[in-house]
Ligand binder design. Sequence first.
Ligand SMILES: NC(=O)c1ccc[n+]([C@@H]2O[C@H](COP(=O)([O-])OP(=O)(O)OC[C@H]3O[C@@H](n4cnc5c(N)ncnc54)[C@H](O)[C@@H]3O)[C@@H](O)[C@H]2O)c1
Ligand SMILES: [Zn+2]
Ligand SMILES: [Zn+2]
Length: 424
Amino acid sequence: MAASRLANVLEKAIGHDTGAAARQDASSHSDRVGNRETMKVLCWMGKNDVQIRNVQRPRILEPTDVIIKVTGSSVCGSDLHLLHGAMLQMQEGDILGHEFIGIADEIGPEVKKIKPGKRYVASFQSACGECYYCKRKPSTACEKTTSDQTRKILCGNQASGFTENSHLTGRSRGGQAEYVRISLGDVKLLEIPDSVPDEKALYLNDVLPTAYNAARDTGVFPDGQTAVFSCGAVGHMAATFSLKAGASLVILLDAEPRFSFVKSRWSAQHARKLKLKLVDFKLLSFGITTRAAAISELKELCGGRGPDCAIECAASEYSKGWLHRLQLVIGLESDTGETIYVLVESVRCFGRCGITAVYVGYANQVNLDALMEKGMHLIGNGQTSVHKYWRDLLDMIEKGDLGPLQMVSHRVTLEDLDSVYHAF
Ligand SMILES: NC(=O)c1ccc[n+]([C@@H]2O[C@H](COP(=O)([O-])OP(=O)(O)OC[C@H]3O[C@@H](n4cnc5c(N)ncnc54)[C@H](O)[C@@H]3O)[C@@H](O)[C@H]2O)c1
Ligand SMILES: [Zn+2]
Ligand SMILES: [Zn+2]
């Protein structure tokens, strides 16, 4: 949390970039960004503290804005990073939620494609549609949708803004709310046909494109073995897309209760369930790190050499060994690299490792020797460029080739949404 506060101070000191295509600083609850009517929202109030509150409804601030009446939203692993205080630049009162679907309620005078009353899903990432990256499709590298300079300093380049995912990645209000303002609505919204219900379309804004990209970008080998670290929603669907890409075996690493959940859904959705193996990383944990046991387990399952590829869909903040717990506490690293070095050491020579889980800074003890000597392809999958994939995925859902509901674990009303944050 100290790092998060420090990042807020740093950003204030260096000042925002002034070249953003859409208005920033719209996350607060002041009169400047709201109208007189109120609505229910879920707010981040501090580490491990989220609360339902009443705030002003949003209003159109810029001609390209759209106001969406939210009909469904979801809680993803990235929201848990905010809850855990692992993300930089959170501020008390931030309205959470970057995954939502709804009906266009009001549109700004320069909006061309969006029609009031129609249903839309909003991509978690913003995009201007016009910069170098947007024109070439990796729109999460959009150079025009966040004014935050700290991100630029941390990564060497600007990245696109996201709907509420800390001020580091944009300064907009989130969609775990009754209404939400969408800037650059023509680019950020995808119309949903009547044949696809909200619940199936909702995940087009993040989880489905992310899991699809994880398997594609890492380069799952047809007829090869893929190890997916995590049975969360992203891992579950990355495993599904790995099978679709032709993997002969998928090994999922996580623990209970996720195993029982995935197993129950897996058999219903996939006749090829025999291609699934589950490895409990918690049972393998011991000593300074989890390294040796997880690696030997994966080697054993894959002919002594290890899987052909592995995808990291867990997260940076989940440390197991005391060495990394200590380093995180005293600030010697901001992320633990434990999962990454298990990937690099367990995958076979000249295999591929993809990182889809979120990391926010620096990690120690990553085995660069193994990386180089084994000819390992270590791939940052990036924040997913939703616009690149969402039409193809919608098409798969319409044809019945993709069943997004297999990963849904809880259904609650907005009033009870805070409880979901503590259910994992
Ligand atoms: N790149 C992107 O565009 C993008 C988009 C969405 C989410 N994400 C990130 O993907 C990650 C997963 O998201 P989610 O919604 O599935 O999260 P989730 O919280 O539902 O699941 C995370 C799972 O990881 C497991 N886990 C923790 N440590 C592990 C380890 N060492 N090995 C195996 N499993 C471990 C946990 O038990 C949990 O089940 C998060 O970091 C999220 O921020 C990235
Ligand atoms: Zn998400
Ligand atoms: Zn752009």
